[in-house]
Ligand binder design. Structure first.
Ligand code: AMP
Length: 462
């Protein structure tokens, strides 16, 4: 299948060729033709699946195909000049975007904007801007004054501008909710409902989410019309290109020693180390820097400018080890990230999937290593049940845990389900004993696991 066969406009096809995209990903193959038809979409897919292009390419196609309107090209600034020329007092004209993309985090919004710029290089009429919390107001006013066709925004800041009359959605044609499940987890439901209520009923709505169950499904039903359901369960959602493993540790000292050892692996191009708290992200980044690693922290307490600098340094390869919290690192798409380390396990299995997805981007392979206290064995078991994949235990000579790993029960999969990458069979997996000798696991069931998160934790709203 080619992008040409999906019916995209020449200007979009040229930009894709320049970007080196040869073949649409599975989610793009399904979403693009339906979106070009004008259908509403409900898409379950993960980051890394190519979902940004799945909603942006058909939207750009639509803008490229539309005849230029006579009134177009008049930015709020030009309208003010025209008013002055007529001897009238210029009134501020609100920006009237044609497309709005809502994202849970600033980083994701910036990535969507960057991707949009890449896909629209051949289209002079299309401008995309990000409206984000943490960005100075005067700068955002300047961006809105250019009357961009495409706004990419986090909900909180967008509402500020909407309420003060700087944005008018009456011309909106396309609304995208990107990572809708995460926006709801972060408590944005009322904000989203308010924003949607200000957009025309005639809009096309595309909702992307890791899951379409529960609250997301309810909201999706309210805001879409006869949507096409697209569920893509490919290798990128199962992360089959990412080799996962667990190392058991006795205590913090053991964990720190093991992390330092693992980070010396020459196979690492760049790595992300996940911590449970912002304070740990800072202190581990400091410690690693002293130990000679080019490390930097990334978390929700940092100013936007500092976060952008860190992300740019990561993209340029100047940062080799990023030490980050969940929300701050969500959506980061840097192909050089070969390894993900869970210094602390995430509280929710769903976050584990998002974390390890920072590696193995754009079809590459990746390695995800979790450093786990014996008491946390139960969390690994929950993650295995959520992902329906086994995670083999590894032991490195000189770093053997003193205590035996706690027995783990068998994740609730059926025979024939996915096997662990390292050949472990369901119900027959091996676990490390002190000294690295394997033993059989016991059986049993773990109850009461919630795969979903129940709130935001990183103060990263808007
Ligand atoms: P996303 O899921 O939108 O975060 O995209 C994941 C990564 O895949 C990004 O780096 C995209 O630039 C890249 N990508 C998306 N679609 C394609 C494609 N059809 N061919 C090659 N790379 C792609």
């Amino acid at each position: 299948m080619t992008f040409e066969s999906l019916g995209l406009h020449q200007q979009v096809l040229k930009a894709l060729a320049d970007a080196g995209y040869t073949e649409p990903t599975p989610v793009q193959q399904q979403a693009i033709p339906a979106a070009i038809e004008g259908r509403d979409l409900l898409v379950s897919s993960q980051t890394g699946s190519g979902k940004t292009a799945a909603f942006m390419l058909p939207s750009l196609h639509k803008f490229a195909s539309a005849p230029a309107e006579a009134s177009e090209g008049k930015t709020p600034n030009q309208q003010a000049q025209a008013a002055r020329a007529r001897g009238e007092r210029p009134r501020f004209a609100a920006a009237q975007p044609k497309m709005l993309v809502l994202t849970p985090t600033r980083e994701l919004a910036l990535q969507v904007t960057t991707a949009t710029e890449k896909y629209s290089t051949q289209m002079r009429r299309v401008k995309a801007v990000s409206i984000l919390g943490g960005m100075p107001y005067p700068k955002q006013m300047q961006l809105l004054a250019r009357n961009p066709e495409i706004l990419v925004a986090t909900p909180g800041r967008l509402i500020d501008h909407m309420e003060s009359g700087k944005i008018d959605f009456s011309k909106l044609e396309i609304l995208v909710l990107d990572e809708a499940d995460r926006m709801l987890d972060m408590g944005f439901i009322d904000d989203i409902e308010l924003i949607v209520s200000r957009t025309p009923e005639t809009r096309q709505t595309m909702l992307f989410s890791a899951t379409l169950d529960g609250m997301v499904g309810n909201m999706a039903r309210r805001i879409t019309r006869d949507p096409q359901l697209i569920q893509v369960a490919g290798s990128s959602t199962k992360h089959e290109n990412i080799q996962q493993r667990v190392h058991f540790v006795d205590d913090l000292l053991h964990k720190n020693r093991l992390l330092d050892h693992l980070l010396r692996d020459t196979a690492i191009d760049q790595a992300v180390v996940f911590t449970a708290t912002k304070r740990d992200a800072d202190s581990i980044a400091d410690r690693l820097n002293i130990a000679g690693f080019a490390a930097a922290a990334l978390h929700g307490d940092m100013h936007q400018g500092a976060r952008n600098r860190t992300l740019n340094a990561l993209r340029r390869g100047q940062v080799r080890v990023l030490v980050a919290t969940d929300v701050a690192a969500r959506g980061i798409d840097v192909p050089g990230i070969t390894h993900v380390f869970n210094f602390d396990l995430p509280k929710f299995a769903e976050d584990y999937v998002h974390r390890i997805g920072r590696t193995g981007r754009a079809g590459r392979n990746g390695i995800a290593v979790s450093l786990v206290n014996h008491a946390e064995g139960v969390h690994i078991k929950r993650i295995e049940r959520f992902t329906k994949q086994s995670i083999p235990v590894d032991v490195i000579a000189g770093f053997e845990p003193k205590k035996a790993a706690a027995p783990r029960s068998r994740p609730g999969w059926k025979p024939g389900d996915n096997r662990g990458r390292n050949g472990a069979k369901p119900g027959q997996r091996t676990f490390a004993k002190p000294g690295g000798a394997p033993r059989r696991e016991g059986s049993g069931r773990d109850a009461g696991f919630r795969g979903q998160r129940d709130g935001r934790r990183d103060g990263d709203r808007g």
